[in-house]
Design a protein around this ligand. Structure first.
Ligand code: DOR
Length: 444
C-alpha cells in the first residue's frame, strides 16, 4: 500500500501547535507521532511548514450546470485545492436549480466526474418542493439551503406558511441567506428615483442594509426557536445580528449557529471607492464597525464557522451598471492566505482558524472522518508557509473568471502542498491532473 511520510511539520490541531511526523497510508492518516521512520514510504520534509487539516468550505457557488461561463466544478475545485480547501458544499442556485432529488443526483454525478476536492451538494428549498425535502436522506445530504432574500438565481422562499412547514419537517441543518426582501425593494426604489438605473456602487450597503439583514435573520432565528429546527445563518455581515447569537453552549449542542465569510471580515464600505463592483456581494460588505463586531463574534464563538461564499461572475458582467451587476466574487483560492494574514497580525490565532474552517464545519454537518489531524481520518491536509510573500495578480489566479477582489494584495503566506484523500493534489504551484476526490458522507 502506498505510504507518504510527512516529516518535521508543525501540526495545528484541536487547539495546539506541535512538531510531529504524520504518516499517510492509502487514503488515511495512519500515524501521528514524534519521530516516525518508515523506509518504504515516500518522504516529504515539511520543516518550516504548518500542517493543517484541509479546509472545509460550507458555502461555494461553482456554477455547474448552466452558468459555466462563470466557473465550473473542475475549474473552481482546482482553485480550491490550490488554496488548501479540500472539501466544499456547492450551493443550489445553478441552472437548473438543485431543487429536486433527480437534479441533486445529477449534480453528484457531475461532482464524481469533475471535482478535484471532496464535494457535497445542498438541496435548495423553494415555495413548492416540501414533499421532496421530506424524502431527503440525512446520511447522504449535507443540508437544505434557503434564500430568505433574493440573490443570483431567483430562489426566494417568501411564502411564510411554506417556510414554517419546512422548519417543522426536516431534521437537516437549514442554511439560510437572510435579507429582508421588502426592505431591499423599498430602498432600491428610493435610489432609482434619485439616480435612475446607474446607482453608485457604494450605496449597495445602504440598499441591502443592516436593517434588512437584521429583520430577516431575527425572524429566521425566532422561527427556529419556535419550531425546534436546526438553523445555520449564512454569511453574517452586521454587528447587530451578532447580538442574536449565543456562545454559552458547545457547538455540538447548538440548534442555532452562524457563519461569517472572509470578504465581510476583510473589506469595509471604505473599499467601494477603489474596488467598486468587485466587492459587491449579497449581503453587502458593510461598515468597519460591523467588521470589528463580526471579528469579536468569531473570536468569542457566537460565530461558529468561517467560509467564502465563493461566487464567480465574469468581469464583463461585473462592469454592468448597479442594477444589472451581479453580486458575488471568487475567493476559494485566497481564503487561507487571507486568514493567515490575520494570524500573522495577531487577530486570529492559527489554532482558531483551524477550529473555524476545519473542525467546526465537520462538527456542524456531522462530516464523516474529516476536519481533524487524527489517525484513521481521511488524509485531507494542507501544508503552508507563512514566510514566503507573494502578490495576487492575473497570472497566478486559477478561477475561470480570471480575476480576484484581492488583486494587488501581498500575502505573506503560501499554500505549499495539498493532499486530498492521501493524494498529493497540489504541490508548489502545480496541480495534479489525477482526482481522488470523494463525495462527503455524514455520520448521522
Ligand atoms: O453575493 C452573492 N452571490 N451572494 C449570494 O448569496 C449568491 C451569490 C451568487 O450566487 O452569485
Amino acid at each position: 500500500m502506498k505510504r507518504t511520510l510527512l516529516k518535521n511539520a508543525l501540526l495545528v490541531n484541536e487547539g495546539r501547535t506541535e512538531a510531529a511526523d504524520l504518516l499517510i497510508e492509502d487514503r488515511f492518516i495512519s500515524r501521528i507521532d514524534r519521530d516516525i521512520s518508515d523506509p518504504g514510504a515516500m518522504v516529504l520534509d515539511l520543516e518550516g511548514h504548518y500542517l493543517l487539516p484541509g479546509l472545509i468550505d460550507d458555502q461555494v457557488h461553482f456554477r455547474e450546470p448552466g452558468l459555466t461561463h462563470k466557473g465550473d466544478i473542475r475549474s473552481e475545485s482546482r482553485a480550491a485545492v490550490a488554496g488548501g480547501v479540500t472539501s466544499f458544499m456547492e450551493q443550489p442556485n445553478t441552472k437548473p436549480q438543485t431543487t429536486t432529488i433527480e437534479r441533486l443526483e445529477e449534480k453528484f454525478a457531475m461532482g464524481a466526474r469533475s471535482s478535484f476536492a471532496n464535494y457535497a451538494f445542498p438541496f435548495g428549498g423553494t415555495n413548492d418542493n416540501l414533499e421532496e425535502i421530506k424524502r431527503l436522506d440525512p446520511r447522504a445530504t449535507s443540508n437544505i439551503k434557503l434564500f430568505l432574500g433574493s440573490s443570483t438565481g431567483d430562489m426566494l422562499v417568501d411564502d411564510q406558511q411554506v417556510l414554517e412547514r419546512i422548519f417543522r419537517s426536516t431534521p437537516l441543518v437549514i442554511c439560510a441567506h437572510c435579507e429582508d426582501e421588502q426592505t431591499i425593494r423599498a430602498n432600491t426604489e428610493r435610489f432609482k428615483a434619485e439616480y435612475g438605473t446607474d446607482i453608485p456602487m457604494h450605496l449597495h450597503p445602504i440598499i441591502r442594509s443592516a436593517e434588512a439583514c437584521y429583520l430577516s435573520s431575527s425572524r429566521a432565528i425566532a422561527l427556529a426557536e419556535e419550531t425546534g429546527a436546526r438553523l445555520h445563518v449564512f454569511h453574517l455581515s452586521t454587528g447587530v445580528e451578532t447580538s442574536l447569537l449565543r456562545n454559552d453552549i458547545p457547538l455540538a449542542e447548538k440548534k442555532i449557529t452562524a457563519e461569517a465569510c472572509v470578504h465581510h471580515l476583510w473589506f469595509s464600505d471604505a473599499d467601494y471607492q477603489d474596488k467598486g463592483s468587485r466587492i459587491k456581494w449579497n449581503p453587502a460588505v458593510k461598515t468597519a464597525e460591523d467588521r470589528s463586531a463580526l471579528w469579536e463574534a468569531v473570536l468569542d464563538d457566537r460565530i461558529d464557522v468561517l467560509a467564502t461564499d465563493h461566487a464567480p461572475h465574469t468581469l464583463e458582467e461585473k462592469a454592468n451598471p448597479y442594477l444589472e451587476c451581479p453580486s458575488g466574487g471568487p475567493l476559494v483560492q485566497h481564503v487561507l492566505p487571507a486568514l493567515l494574514e490575520k494570524h500573522l497580525d495577531g487577530v486570529l490565532p492559527v489554532e482558531r482558524l483551524v477550529e473555524k474552517m476545519c473542525h467546526n464545519p465537520a462538527i456542524l454537518f456531522d462530516i464523516d472522518r474529516r476536519g481533524y489531524l487524527r489517525e484513521g481520518y481521511y488524509a485531507d491536509l494542507v501544508a503552508v508557509r507563512t514566510d514566503l510573500p507573494w502578490t495576487v495578480e492575473p497570472a497566478n489566479i486559477l478561477y475561470k473568471c480570471g480575476w480576484s477582489p484581492f488583486e494587488g494584495q501581498r500575502f505573506r503566506s503560501r499554500v505549499m502542498h495539498t493532499f486530498v484523500n492521501g493524494h498529493l493534489a497540489y504541490s508548489q504551484g502545480t496541480l495534479s491532473d489525477e482526482s481522488h476526490a470523494m463525495r462527503l458522507e455524514f455520520d448521522r
